[in-house]
Design a protein around this ligand. Structure first.
Ligand code: FES
Length: 101
């Protein structure tokens, strides 16, 4: 597991998402109730970037066909997505947000 700095905490307000490319990974970083969470950024249904979606109550809604995922667990909550998202460990340290890939 490799910790990589991908943002500073002040880049995201609560309820916002940021898409970040890390090597071959497309990662979505979310801020919810002061905590940071990271998942794959590409929807498991088709190719849409979840960082362009709508974040509410800890769930991200895909901007294309409105599947919803829990950003804390990656769980797919409704159709048309049936496959969960991969999640990544996140920590805030030394003024940076780090994701383990
Ligand atoms: S691409 Fe996300 S629900 Fe279809």
């Amino acid at each position: 597991m490799n910790w990589i700095s991908i943002a500073t905490p002040d880049q995201l307000q609560d309820g916002e998402a940021l898409g970040v490319a890390v090597d071959e990974h497309r990662i979505a970083l979310f801020r919810h109730e002061g905590e940071f969470y990271a998942t794959d950024n590409v929807c498991t249904h088709a190719f849409a970037l979840l960082s362009d979606g709508f974040l509410e109550e800890g769930c991200i809604e895909c901007p294309w066909h409105q599947a919803r995922f829990d950003i804390r667990t990656g769980k797919a909550l409704c159709a048309p997505a049936t496959q969960d998202l991969q999640t990544y460990p996140v920590k805030v340290d030394d003024g940076q947000v780090w994701v383990a890939v």
